[in-house]
Ligand binder design. Structure first.
Ligand code: HXC
Length: 515
């Protein structure tokens, strides 16, 4: 055996040892919880044989508490690069089998190094979180590590896509890295995210709560809105991530990859979806499916603030971001949560050169003390801000109701929409016909012998006069009243026209959105 062959053999043995992470018993414990190991997660997510590991031999730098004697393979995190359907990505996965995936200084350095690499190479970064948080024995060194990750999350925001996958505990300050990234994936029974764990809550507040009820996957997918994608298994979660990667560009200087165009295959045609009774709800996702290629709509934050629908689809092979009121849930009103959901997505699309199509059917902002006190003014303003600020192609289709502040907020001409189309069923008015007639014809209704009949007559009069698209069309606020079945063709034409769109804004450091 030559000395080189001997060295290679030794390297292989060393590698195999470190790659075992926390060892057999810890791996068994991990797998018994229904969790893959950090290494297997990376291998399951990336294209076969594409993973190139970095910094396998980095060692921890902790001193005291007997740490000098401890061996922590890879310091509890695996980092490297690879591809997903050929798209390059940087990736890290915390290894819970090594000191609970806790974050020490060298662990953090491995993460910040791969983040810096992603930012320099202008490719997406994916972080798989499975950790007990700051490594208690390392004290301020661990806190410093977190701070340096958060800083990079912020600097990279809007430059490269940042994806967080929560596949275990993500406790304490650790939660703020995912919160700063673009998309957070959670898995039923596996993901746990919270600032303060159940033990501390019990000690401080005397309340008993399980980890699942405090910050399980469902809690973040449905109640807090911190998670964007919810899966039943790690495998399903990886499929979701792979699909997302096909819809987004590698960085903010590029466009998402174009796919071969396909016709929609949805069983209903677009003409048959909206009920003839304007009070009847319908599922706006059916309209999206009847418009997009292959009827393939990739919904984001499906379980949270369902009164607005957001997600990606393709038209003629190109990625589009959809923002649509959902008449099936609370009549599609805008409230605090749905405003946050829409505004953030609009900013995402704008940062990453993804045209936005807005489908509008909503009676306005949600009235009531709860919403006012929860800050619907501030939250609602985010939608106005996000649409006004966005310079990507912005197209609106008014399907049915476009009332009051909602009309303005949902990418109206006045906020800089490039194209505004309305279906003949559109009603554009300050408020709904009943409410409006009761106010402006109050005297006539009060004085009438048959008040109900008079009210009906006045409502009809109001509908004829205002609750249609033609008043707005006569003022040039909408570009064309179109037939529903023409929608896809008209959108395709508008998108081709908008491909070379250029729009600039006054120079500034940054705006001050109503965060
Ligand atoms: C050091 C840790 C650790 C930590 C876990 N371990 N968390 N070591 N620092 N933060 C170690 C354990 O000692 C154990 O080591 C191994 O990881 C596995 O942990 P277990 O407790 O046996 O696992 P499990 O029962 O599954 O419980 C997991 C857990 C629990 C729920 C995550 O470990 C836990 O509550 N950890 C603390 C979580 C927390 O409060 N973190 C916040 C830290 S403060 P051995 O050697 O026995 O196998 C923070 C602030 C950051 O993060 C602020 C940034 C701005």
């Amino acid at each position: 055996m030559t000395s080189l062959q001997k060295d290679i053999l030794e390297l292989r043995e060393k590698k195999a040892l470190v790659q075992m992470g926390g060892g057999e018993a810890a791996i068994e414990k991990q797998e018994a919880m229904g969790k893959l190991t950090a290494r297997n997660r990376i291998l399951a997510l990336l294209d076969e044989n594409s993973f190139q590991e970095y910094d396998l031999f980095v060692e921890h730098a902790a001193r005291g508490f007997g740490m000098e004697k401890k061996v922590l393979p890879g310091d509890g995190v695996i980092t490297g690069t690879g591809t997903i359907f050929g798209a390059p990505v940087c990736i890290y996965a915390q290894d819970f089998t090594v000191a609970g995936g806790s974050l020490g200084l060298m662990h953090a350095r491995k993460i910040t190094k791969i983040m810096d690499h992603a930012l320099k190479m202008k490719v997406p970064i994916i972080g798989i979180n499975d950790s007990g948080g700051a490594r208690i024995q390392e004290g301020v060194g661990a806190l410093a590590g977190y701070g340096e990750i958060f800083y990079r999350n912020t600097i990279a925001s809007g430059v490269i896509p940042q994806i967080s996958v929560i596949l275990g505990p993500c406790a304490g300050g650790a939660v703020y890295s995912p919160a700063l990234t673009d998309f957070v994936f959670v898995v039923e029974n596996i993901s746990k995210m919270f600032i303060t764990g159940p033990n501390v809550i019990k000690t401080v507040l005397g309340e008993e709560i399980s980890m699942e009820d405090l910050g399980g996957a469902r809690v973040h997918a449905e109640i807090t809105g911190n998670a964007h994608f919810y899966a039943k298994s790690e495998q399903e979660c990886f499929e979701q991530i792979k699909k997302l990667v096909t819809f987004i560009p590698w960085n903010n200087k590029q466009r998402a990859r174009a796919f071969p165009p396909k016709e929609p295959i949805f069983e209903k045609t677009v003409n048959d979806i909206i009920p003839s009774d304007p009070k009847q709800p319908y599922d706006v996702r059916d309209i999206i499916k009847s418009i997009v290629d292959d009827s393939d709509f990739f919904e984001i934050q499906e379980l949270w603030a369902a009164n607005i629908v957001i997600g990606f689809g393709r038209i003629h092979g190109e990625t589009i971001g959809f923002v649509a009121n959902q008449p099936m849930v609370m009549a599609g009103v805008l409230d605090c949560d749905s405003s946050d959901k829409a505004a953030r997505f609009i900013r995402y699309c704008d940062s990453f050169n993804i045209p936005i199509i807005t489908l509008e059917d909503m009676p306005g902002y949600l009235p009531g003390v709860d919403q006012e006190h929860a800050g619907v003014i501030r939250h609602g303003a985010k939608v106005l801000y996000a649409y006004s600020e966005a310079t990507v192609p912005k197209i609106t289709i008014i399907l049915r109701k476009a009332y009051g502040g909602g009309y303005i907020a949902m990418n109206s001409r006045h906020l800089g929409a490039d194209f505004v189309f309305a279906w003949p069923s559109a009603e554009i008015a300050v408020m709904g016909p009943e409410g409006a007639a009761n106010i402006i014809f109050r005297k006539e209704i009060m004085e009438a012998e048959d008040q109900d009949a008079m009210r009906q007559e006045k409502v009809k009069e109001y509908i004829e006069k205002f609750a249609n698209p033609y008043v707005a069309a006569s003022k040039g606020y909408i570009d064309a009243v179109i037939e529903p079945r023409e929608t896809r063709a008209i959108l395709m034409h508008a998108l081709i026209l908008a491909k070379s769109k250029e729009e600039s804004r006054p120079e500034k450091k940054h705006g001050i959105p109503p965060f």
